[in-house]
Design a protein around this ligand. Structure first.
Ligand code: NAD
Length: 298
């Protein structure tokens, strides 16, 4: 069975790596944070001391990192992990990052004769845990052929959307829609309170009406409505507000680069940026606190 190097063992990376270990892969994992390494050690992952050690002799190298800067730091250093892989290896960057960094990763791999995909994900921690993620994939068919067995362990839907960086472009569009629906939900719950509706009644109505959406069931901003939601757990992050703010910034930059005006996306970004400025480590669903604060005096 192939060796998988895995870099980034946070909310998403840890369950993704754990599923690969469960499926019989030898998984060598690294994270810069000691607690993340310790948590992952119990999941059948062999913890190693650096990204280079994770990549040493690996057939597949997977990164699940917060931002483009982290991906550059982890992958693009001179003599870094890309130079340690087994012949015929494939690199899969599943982080949500900017298209420019993603294309640089493709170029660096190409220069070394390594196959590569950008393959950001959707599905949240639940999707990562259940192995049901959606992958949005940019890169060559030959890279996908090498990556497919591991991707199919971690996810249930693989969408090839184009060449280098195309997966990131698709992810930016997706996150814009997700961010807008999350902020709209937060506003709807605050508005419902003022109109005398209970949160439970609004949840039940939305769930079976045209306002139903993925964010309602996976990032419900009000507690007591969805078992296991971050709002039920003091908004401890499953997906940090800082990461959604980053994604909405990536969407804004991508839209600007092709002269598209995002009226709804811009409003959602403003609200999420306000939350991230003070409480970026909280779950993104805590954006309801920002909506409440803005409306406190009205
Ligand atoms: P996270 O912050 O929980 O985990 C990221 C991990 O990367 C952290 O443990 C951090 O210590 C580690 N890290 C940072 N720099 C590193 C480096 N140079 N070398 C090794 N490790 C490093 O973030 P997450 O929620 O797991 O998200 C990871 C990526 O997936 C982000 O790009 C995010 O936008 C995306 N994403 C997250 C979700 C979600 O629901 N959490 C869903 C879809 C996509």
């Amino acid at each position: 069975m192939s060796i998988v190097g895995f870099v980034g063992l946070g909310n998403m990376g840890r369950p993704m790596a754990a599923n690969l270990a469960k499926a019989g892969y030898e998984v060598r994992g690294f994270d810069v944070v000691p607690e993340a390494r310790e948590r992952a050690a119990g999941d059948g992952i062999t913890i190693v001391a650096s990204a280079e050690a994770a990549a040493e002799g690996a057939d597949v190298l997977i990164t699940v990192l917060p931002k483009g800067a982290h991906v550059r730091q982890a992958l693009l250093a001179e003599g870094g992990p890309l130079t340690r892989l087994a012949p015929g290896a494939v690199v899969i960057d599943t982080s949500s990052i900017d298209v420019a960094t993603s294309r640089d990763v493709h170029e660096a791999c190409k220069a070394l004769g390594i196959e590569v995909l950008d393959a950001p994900v959707s599905g949240g921690v639940a999707g990562a845990t259940n192995g049901t993620l959606t992958f949005m994939i940019g890169g060559a068919e030959s890279a996908l052929a090498l990556a497919r067995p591991t991707l199919e362990v971690m996810g249930s839907k693989l969408f090839t959307v184009g060449g280098a960086g195309a997966g990131q472009a698709a992810k930016a569009c997706n996150q814009m829609v997700f961010g807008a629906s999350l902020v709209a939900l937060a506003e709807a719950f605050v508005m419902a309170d003022r109109l005398g509706l209970s949160a439970r009644n609004l949840f039940d109505v939305l769930s079976t009406s045209s306002g139903n959406c993925w964010a309602l069931h996976n990032f419900c901003p009000r507690p007591g409505l969805v078992e296991g939601s971050a709002s039920d757990n003091g908004y401890i992050a499953k997906f940090a507000a800082a990461l959604l703010a980053k994604d909405l910034g990536l969407a804004a930059t991508a839209a600007e680069s092709v002269n598209v005006e995002l009226a709804v996306g811009r409003s959602a970004k403003q609200r999420v940026d306000e939350l991230a400025a003070t409480d970026g480590a909280l779950d993104a669903s805590a954006v309801i606190k920002t909506v409440e604060a803005i409306n406190a005096d009205s």
